[in-house]
Design a protein around this ligand. Structure first.
Ligand SMILES: CC(C)(COP(=O)(O)OP(=O)(O)OC[C@H]1O[C@@H](n2cnc3c(N)ncnc32)[C@H](O)[C@@H]1OP(=O)(O)O)[C@@H](O)C(=O)NCCC(=O)NCCS
Length: 189
């Protein structure tokens, strides 16, 4: 499998991924990702060069967004002074579930973060989704805190405020053929 930077041509596949995930998440009984992600916002992150695609032959198997930009209102001043990369929208296609592909992508992200000079790989997960939080804890993340206020809808409850972090460490055990190259370009594109 290879990993490469997304292009505007990937927009439809990324929107379909999100929809696929929303459907099976509903079946699990969580309200995570039920609001469609705005296509224009997604396109701007693609254009910023921070969206990455895992391809298995001609099939897209997974995606991750890895950015130096912290979401507003989540991390405190001291944390923001520490160089970090933030994981967003990690998604694995159901055709590729159950193989720890997400774990491999997190390892790839940690390696990219390390090579960019970051100390931390950080994320915010769905506030009410304990099984998802357990997934990250099993993958070596430590819980930081839950931010409950300042959501996107009129500053109401924050749906994705469970904060966690893991040290950024080098490594190639993810096993992807990496077409992204050095982490130093991250966020610069
Ligand atoms: C999280 C994710 C990328 C992990 O991919 P992966 O390493 O290939 O792992 P799997 O998809 O096999 O999932 C591992 C387990 O976590 C569970 N899980 C994953 N995401 C979950 C979620 N959002 N809510 C509840 N459970 C979830 C799966 O049901 C599975 O449980 P099981 O072991 O009992 O079958 C993938 O499950 C996914 O795309 N989830 C939906 C989108 C998502 O929540 N992304 C994270 C945003 S912060």
């Amino acid at each position: 499998m290879i990993i490469e930077r997304a292009t505007a041509d990937d927009l439809d596949v990324l929107l379909a991924f999100r929809q696929e995930a929303a459907s099976w998440l509903t079946a699990l009984g969580t309200d995570q990702w039920q609001r469609p992600y705005p296509a224009d916002k997604l396109l701007s992150t693609i254009e910023a060069g921070v969206v990455f695609m895992v391809r298995d032959g001609s099939v897209t198997a997974a995606t991750i967004t890895l950015t130096p930009e912290a979401e507003d209102g989540l991390w405190n001043d001291q944390e923001l002074q520490e160089e970090s990369r933030f994981v967003n929208k990690l998604t694995v296609a159901r055709t590729h579930a159950g193989q720890d592909l997400g774990g491999r992508l997190l390892d790839w992200a940690g390696d990219q973060a390390y090579r960019s000079g970051a100390q931390w790989l950080r994320l915010d997960a769905w506030t009410t989704n304990t099984p998802l939080q357990g997934y990250y804890l099993r993958h070596g993340f430590e819980y930081v805190r839950t931010v409950t206020e300042g959501g996107a809808v009129n500053g109401g409850p924050r749906v994705s405020g469970w904060l966690a972090q893991r040290r950024a460490v080098p490594g190639t055990a993810h096993g992807f053929t990496d077409l992204v190259g050095s982490g130093t370009r991250l966020g610069d594109a």
